[in-house]
Design a protein around this ligand. Structure first.
Ligand code: LLP
Length: 415
């Protein structure tokens, strides 16, 4: 197990978290290499023997060390900005295994992607098709494209991370896809490669994922009957992880369902998981600054805040909080809200948790490897946390803690 209690202390692989806090300070993101590799293996083994590509979704955690690890495992990448493309290239990732998604790609970003030689641009609208065609023409290239089709399937997840419904901004409507593909097939500077979809994130069961796969596969068959070959089907990411009491649904179940939905098709399969690769492989290590008893509630005021981990404030997300040091026998837990120092009532990491903790103690906010650091900010002029990747008995600092000077290095006072 990546994170387990050993001799009374919570450890990351072989290293006690209190030692890591001593060495790197808090707040600090801690990741387990073994857990990342194990999660990746759940995909690669479920897809063994198939024409398939796993494109790690960079937005989940874009640290260069993570991207380099993915590259070494053979992964491609799912990116949504020029910034993410630059990270993939800087980490030694293969642009030929990289998909460029997103509703608002700028001209510069599209040019960068074409010049880098990405595997596919996932188009999300008709004007984007026209823009890509024009830019590719100017560069004297043919752009490899797919449409992200909105299959109108309810992912049954939090509304902010549900993307496959008719009312979402993502993808082109399922009913319009055939017309758009026919148009793309006529344009001189684009080459249709495949079809994509992504119905939402933190899906806790395979049913909607499989339903979307079936709808997209049927569409691919109709397109091929109309003379438009479809070389790959990209089913997106979205496979959920364990936060609280979700019954763990193995990745293999989602993959098996999707493969069954594709039936006898020979089409290549692409998946772009983010959270399920790194979510459970990381935690946020934080120290209690104050114990603050209140009239209605008791608070543990910690040194991490919503700027470090936004998910509880933004999605009301539940993250398990564990005390790093095991409670002494007979200690009575007290119910606390775990809050940060930011000046917002929404600044909480967890609410109503029975914990044994005092000032100076360390807490671990679990399952924070995905969309933790990547959504962090400098709100309240707080330097962003350090990131540490543990590999067995070794800890590597993969992102140094920001300094105060970093925060205003780009700012200028009026002359
Ligand atoms: N592919 C596409 C086209 C996506 O839009 C996303 C995520 C993924 C793949 C990866 O999904 P995953 O496997 O990580 O579920 N910040 C939110 C999650 C936003 C997900 C956005 N799109 C959160 O913290 O829950």
């Amino acid at each position: 197990m990546a994170f387990a209690q050993r001799n009374g202390t919570l450890c990351a692989e072989q290293l006690p978290l209190d030692e890591l806090a001593q060495r790197f300070g808090t707040p600090c993101y801690v990741y387990s290499r073994a857990a990342i590799e194990l999660a990746y293996a759940s995909y690669s083994s479920a897809l063994a023997g198939r024409d398939a590509l796993i494109c790690y979704s960079v937005k989940a955690n874009p640290n260069l060390a993570v991207l380099a690890l993915m590259t070494r495992l053979g992964a491609g990448f799912d990116i949504v900005s020029g910034g993410e493309l630059a990270r993939v290239l800087a980490a030694g990732g293969d642009p030929g295994k990289t998909l460029f998604s997103g509703v608002g790609k700028t001209e510069i970003e599209i040019e960068q992607a074409l010049q880098a030689g990405v595997r596919c641009i996932n188009l999300e609208s008709e004007p984007e098709l026209e823009r890509v065609n024009a830019l590719a023409g100017r560069l004297g290239r043919r752009a490899p494209v797919a449409f992200r089709v909105n299959p109108d399937v309810d992912g049954r997840t939090h509304p902010y991370i549900s993307t496959g419904l008719r009312q979402n901004k993502f993808g082109v409507p399922h009913d319009d896809a055939e017309r758009l593909y026919a148009k793309a097939a006529q344009l001189p500077n684009v080459e249709v490669r495949g079809i994509g979809c992504h119905i939402g994130s933190q899906l806790t069961g395979p049913a909607p994922f499989v339903e979307a796969a079936a709808r997209v596969a049927a569409l691919a068959s109709r397109l091929e009957a109309a003379g438009i070959p479809i070389a790959h089907i990209d089913l997106g990411g979205g496979i959920g992880i364990h936060y609280q009491d979700e019954p763990p649904r193995p990745v293999a179940e989602f993959v098996a369902g999707a493969l069954a939905a594709l039936g006898a098709r020979r089409t290549g399969l692409i998946l772009d998981p983010g959270r399920s690769i790194i979510g459970n492989a990381g935690l946020l290590l934080t120290r209690v600054e104050y114990v603050k008893p209140g009239a209605a509630k008791n608070f543990l005021v910690v040194d991490a805040a919503m700027n470090d981990l936004l998910r509880p404030a933004l999605y009301d997300a539940w993250h398990e909080v564990r005390a790093v040091r095991e409670a002494p026998a007979g200690a009575r837990p007290v119910t606390y809200d775990v809050v940060g120092p930011v000046c917002e009532s929404g600044d909480f990491l967890a609410r109503e948790r029975p914990l044994v903790a005092g000032a100076g103690d360390l807490l671990a906010v679990m399952s924070a490897g995905a969309y933790g650091m990547s959504m962090s900010s400098n709100y309240n002029s707080r330097p962003r946390a350090a990131e540490v990747l543990v590999d067995g008995a070794q800890a590597h600092l993969i992102r140094a803690r920001e300094t105060i000077e970093d925060l205003f290095a780009l700012e200028r006072i009026l002359p």
